[in-house]
Design a binder for this molecule. Structure first.
Ligand code: FAD
Length: 572
């Protein structure tokens, strides 16, 4: 391709505007035209729930740029309320329509970038055309939600417990209304592993959200002022309005009709330079198919970070820079009232589905030194290759410090590091920020012990097939044991083990556990060196509790003697 004199961009938000702005930084001479169907460009879609909540009070703050500011700074020709209807590939022209006037015209291009995004899925349910069944993608949708929430005396129904559904449930509760969340799966955040979001269920309910899991909406009907949703459990729910947040679908109509290749996941197929099957057309953002980093398979991963980076890469490629988009990791975070859940890379469920070998460990350290006020536990799950320890994914949930740990692990995964490298990471530490052994180091220690064979672990699922030749040993304090333990366990606190070792059966495999896994590990090391066959419960009683999906572990947690840290802290 010769020098690009004219670049046309379809879609003026995350990916499209990144491409256009980067293009200008690379070429002062090119003509750059951006078409946007809606009235706004470069708006903060990720901020929409927070204006609904009232946290971002000023709606104008969501308009990060305007056509005028983009013309002034980047000399971009931004045409809002102008929809691209078709691509004439042989003529290298797009057909556009101005929404206000209906005028249609053609605009030529040397290079075309498609960033049309993804649209909210609206399942074909009876009654879906009721104007009170809403979705959320842009500011106009947000205005409709706010108007509905302002006028409705009845609860709001949020359909779907993904991140948009959860953020909106919180936002609507902030506004003071009643909120019902209906989720088809047995857990929220479908991309997460179930045990990692059990505490999110508790948090939603604690904050007054009526959460109905394993339930779906089958139809809507109007009944006076109420919208009535019929649910799969046979009940009828009267609500003021419903917000459908059941996922998004890539907007590929333009690309399909133009004959561009579509990948097996349903997104526009692109090469590592974000170029489509047409050498003059690039595509970025939610509409494209990416390679999933951990599983190395085609995937749709609709997130703002990848869309922005891909836009930049497409512009680089168009203006002759050597560049490459390798893969998407799916690093994401959601805040749900006082908790945050974050993940990077593959989930256990997705690895299992792909038939990929993996190991998992759980740690539950505090976000900062427990002797410093305000420490909160983090539950961190690390997935890694059983042979070489390469990091495959991680998930964390907690009240604080979750973002930092998942970000660190995301970098490590991207760099191809292993659990042994996590042991070595030197991270910020002062008591108010972390621990001398950071939760990321801790996860690395436990996982590295597993790969090296120093720590043999057992999993709660094994309780379903417990054999007579196995014995459960709770190595927590007598008080913790009394507050709740695994049925059938005997109590032998770790500090008494050496003295009482004669009480333990030598002919049985000992399945030891403590509260979060560390005392169990100490016990297992001691016992294995004394000739016992022993394994430790990864993540301890807390993990057992997550597996059971109840909050019983909290009682045991609060009964912990003197609140002493699981691990002796050795640095100030
Ligand atoms: P978009 O940003 O959606 O832009 C596409 C634009 O193209 C749209 O404005 C559309 O009107 C326009 N368009 C489509 N077809 C045409 C056409 N034919 N002609 C002209 N214009 C067209 N991601 C995160 O990583 N973190 C978050 O916290 C987060 N929160 C979110 C919250 C909400 C409520 C929503 C809706 C999304 C959120 N996302 C978040 C997702 C993130 O916003 C998207 O991944 C990102 O915006 C995708 O960028 P894009 O350029 O592909 O599409």
């Amino acid at each position: 391709m010769g020098a690009v004199k004219k670049l046309v961009v379809v879609g003026g938000v995350a990916g499209g505007m990144s491409a256009a702005a980067r293009a200008r930084r690379l070429s002062e001479d090119a003509e750059i035209v951006v078409f946007e169907r809606g009235p706004h460009v470069s708006f903060a879609n990720c901020g929409l729930p927070y204006h609904v909540a009232g946290v971002i009070a000023d709606r104008k703050k969501l308009l990060v740029q305007t056509p005028e500011s983009l013309r002034a700074r980047f000399a971009l020709d931004v045409r809002v309320e102008t929809e691209v209807l078709a691509i004439d590939r042989p003529a290298k022209k797009v057909l556009v329509r101005e929404r206000a006037t209906g005028r249609e015209y053609r605009e030529g291009y040397d290079a075309l970038v498609l960033s049309p995004g993804a649209e909210p899925v609206r399942p074909p349910l009876p009654g879906m055309d009721d104007p009170r069944v809403l979705t959320l993608r842009n500011l106009e949708d947000m205005d409709r939600v706010i108007a509905a929430a302002t006028h409705a005396a009845l609860p709001a129904l949020v359909v779907g417990g993904g991140y948009i559904g959860l953020e909106m449930a919180e936002a609507l509760r902030h506004r003071g209304g009643e909120v019902v969340v209906v989720e088809r799966l047995p857990h929220v955040m479908g991309v997460a592993d179930p045990e990692m979001v059990a505490s999110v269920h508790d948090e939603l309910r604690r904050n007054g959200v009526d959460l109905r899991l394993s339930t779906s909406v089958e139809s809507f009907e109007a009944d006076g002022d109420a919208l009535v949703a019929r649910l799969s459990d046979g009940s009828r729910l009267r609500c003021g309005f419903a917000l459908m947040a059941v996922g998004v679908r890539p907007e590929t109509r333009l690309a399909r009709e133009a004959g561009l290749e579509i990948g097996p996941s349903g997104g526009i197929r692109v090469d590592p330079q974000m170029r489509t099957s047409d050498r003059s057309i690039w595509a970025v953002g939610d509409a494209v198919e990416v390679k999933d980093l951990a599983r190395e398979s085609p995937a749709l991963i609709p997130l703002a970070g990848p869309a922005n980076r891909q836009g930049r890469i497409a512009a680089d490629a168009i203006f002759g820079r050597k560049t490459r988009y390798t893969a998407t990791q799916g690093t994401a975070i959601v805040k749900v009232f006082g908790l945050s859940f974050a993940m990077t890379g593959a989930s256990e469920a997705s690895l299992a589905r792909a038939g990929r070998k993996y190991r998992r460990v759980y740690v539950h350290p505090a976000d900062h030194a427990t002797y410093y006020p305000g420490a909160h536990p983090i539950s961190l799950k690390l997935l890694f290759d059983p042979e070489d320890g390469r990091i495959l994914g991680a998930q964390a949930v907690g009240a604080a410090g979750v973002d930092k740990r998942i970000d660190v692990i995301a970098v490590a995964q991207r760099a191809g590091l292993t659990v042994f490298d996590l042991e070595d990471l030197e991270l910020c530490y002062a008591p108010q920020f972390g621990s001398a052994k950071d939760p990321v180091n801790m996860a690395g220690f436990v996982a590295a012990n597993v790969v090296r064979g120093d720590a043999l672990l057992w999993e709660p699922e094994e309780l379903e097939t417990l054999q007579p030749g196995q014995a459960l040993v709770d190595v927590r304090s007598a008080r913790e044991f009394a507050a709740g333990t695994i049925p059938g366990a005997t109590n032998l606190p770790v500090d008494d083990l050496r003295a009482a070792i004669g009480e333990l059966p030598r002919d049985k495999e000992l399945l030891v556990f403590c509260q979060v896994g560390f005392r169990g590990y100490v016990a297992a090391r001691l016992l294995s060196q004394r000739g016992f066959r022993v394994r430790n419960l990864s993540g301890g009683y807390k993990r057992y509790d997550m597996w059971r999906g109840t909050a019983a572990g909290q009682a045991a947690e609060s009964a912990r003697e003197d609140g002493s840290p699981e691990e002796m802290e050795v640095t100030p």
